[in-house]
Design a protein around this ligand. Structure first.
Ligand code: NAD
Length: 498
């Protein structure tokens, strides 16, 4: 059986803890590999390697660091098919979707190529007599990231590309469910010219994470995953004096106004609701048509589209979506559907008994669609993270704004309308971090920033874009005076500019 180990100090290293976990092929349900789970000592070894490599890397001029990112982008493009096949086999998402996963990470590497410009500081000439003031951005040192199963290429790259471009060394703890792609990315980063120790990957679980959260050599921690763990990582890292940005779960609503193009809205809902089997943090899981007429018109188009969705193994080019990540995930999502029925929601499309011929042991679940879901129901309040879409019929626009704004999650939201005033009012008032106008999955492009609000995001800086440079650097401000302005003698008053 294949084993997946760590990547420390520029080489792959087998695990020594004696602890391992299964890595499945969700399409067939078989165990395809075993992944090592790091001991505290193995994580400390990765941190030590990073700490040793970082000072020289941080002192390398930013243009040379940018060239490493340029070569990394080229290598990602050269290896796109290989990475997508590897990703899809461990995660279960279709191959085109897996390429999107790599591509959205690659775009952040492209953003990081601009690091010489992004790191330019601020300068004030003549702030006082002979006095100049300037600020510079310096790397933090060793930084760490803990990432989820659902984007095993994109989210690690969102984190380590800007971090490394800023001059830091990185320790990544990816999800133990799809651990191979992160190691391959680290190999490619080495091939691109990053020195050994600048990007390390430790496989593992809570034991590994806890070392990253408490070791004094780690200056900052980034996390993406479920909200309870995001909150734990944020508070533990902060209690140990680290900078932290932690992103959690989601319940993304899509408002459908009566004037929306209903065909466009229905197409957007099936893609954003069921793509990647609903295992995206920006998946739409709640549709909110406004008014009964709009709701009926939407349902009329939506139901046949959901019934026609094609589910297939990850390498089926015609599949709309593939299996879920584990059998436990299928069981959990199916339980939510049972609860929805028990609590009185109308299950209009029931995918619970779906079986894929020839793949009976794969982790499949058919698409499920609920109508007349109420805000007090469990399936509305909690994140399901599967191919389940809930329709909540809102009486009017105010209720449609209130629903996502008062939900405990605040990741993304979308509105479909032809009316500019409504769209403008909605984007200003709604209480979520990312908004789409006639765009169902409003994941911001690489040079803007990504981040949810409320229980979807802990910390005050977002991922990628300008915020990532702020997060991965500390600002030093220098006030200097050269002889022309120096006056004789000591001055005991607080210096002020007159
Ligand atoms: P998860 O919370 O189970 O795991 C995330 C990471 O935390 C993994 O690396 C895992 O090994 C580690 N971990 C697990 N248990 C831990 C513990 N007790 N202590 C410390 N670390 C622990 O999440 P997941 O199932 O891998 O991913 C799905 C979740 O991630 C969903 O809730 C989804 O909404 C969320 N997500 C959010 C975003 C975002 O940007 N907000 C993006 C992608 C995924």
């Amino acid at each position: 059986m294949r084993s997946v180990g760590h990547f420390i100090g520029g080489r792959t290293v087998a695990g020594t803890s004696g602890r391992e976990a299964d890595v499945f092929r969700p399409a067939t349900g078989e165990v395809q590999a075993r992944v090592a789970l790091a001991s505290a000592d193995e994580v400390r070894a990765a941190i030590a390697n990073a700490a040793e490599a970082q000072p020289a890397w941080g002192a390398t001029n930013p243009q040379r660091r940018a060239r490493v990112m340029m070569r990394f982008v080229d290598l990602l493009n050269d290896h796109m098919d290989e990475l997508a096949a590897m990703l899809s086999s461990e995660h279960g998402k279709t191959v085109p979707d897996a390429k999107g996963d790599v591509q959205r990470g690659l775009e952040v590497a492209e953003f990081a190529i601009g690091i010489p410009h992004l790191l330019k500081g601020e300068y004030t000439e003549g702030a006082g007599p002979g006095i100049d003031v300037y600020s510079m951005r310096q790397p933090l040192g060793v930084v760490a990231g803990i990432t989820p199963f659902n984007f095993p290429a994109m989210i690690p790259m969102w984190k380590f590309c800007p971090a490394i471009a800023c001059g830091n060394a990185y320790v990544l703890k990816p999800s133990e469910r799809d651990p191979s792609v992160p190691v391959r990315l680290a190999e490619l980063m080495l091939e691109a010219g990053a020195p050994p120790g600048i990007l390390n990957v430790v496989q593992g679980d809570k034991e590994a994470v806890d070392v990253l959260l408490t070791d004094p050599r780690v200056a900052a921690v980034g996390f993406v995953g479920s909200s309870d763990i995001a909150s734990y990582v944020y508070s533990t890292a902060a209690a140990h004096g680290k900078r932290a940005q932690c992103f959690g779960g989601a319940k993304n609503h899509m408002i459908v106004m009566p004037d929306a193009d209903m065909e466009m809205a229905a197409n957007a809902l099936v893609g954003a609701g069921y793509g990647s089997a609903g295992e995206r943090c920006m998946a739409i899981s709640v549709a909110v048509p406004v008014g009964e007429t709009a709701a009926d018109a939407l349902m009329e188009r939506l139901v046949p589209k959901v019934e026609a969705l094609r589910i297939g193994p990850s390498d089926d080019p015609d599949a709309d979506f593939g299996p879920l990540v584990t059998r436990a995930a299928v069981d959990k999502v199916r339980r939510y559907v049972d609860v929805g029925v028990e609590e009185g929601a109308e299950l209009v499309v029931d995918g619970r008994d779906f079986r894929l011929q020839g793949y009976e042991d794969g982790f499949y679940l058919g698409a499920c669609l609920f109508d007349r879901v109420r805000p007090d129901m469990t399936i509305y309040k909690e994140e399901i993270f599967g191919p389940v879409l809930s329709v909540v019929r809102a009486a009017d626009y105010d209720e449609a704004v209130r629903l996502p704004s008062t939900h405990e999650y605040g990741n993304g939201v979308a509105i479909f309308t032809r009316d500019g005033d409504t769209a403008r009012d909605f984007t200003a008032r709604v209480d979520t971090g990312m908004v789409g106008v006639n765009v169902p999955i409003p994941v911001p492009i690489a040079y803007h920033t990504f981040g949810g609000w409320k229980r979807s995001g802990f910390g005050d800086l977002n991922q990628h874009g300008p915020d990532s440079v702020r997060f991965f650097t500390k600002t030093k401000t220098v006030t200097s005076r050269w002889p022309g302005g120096v006056k004789e003698g000591a001055d005991f008053a607080m210096p002020v500019m007159r």
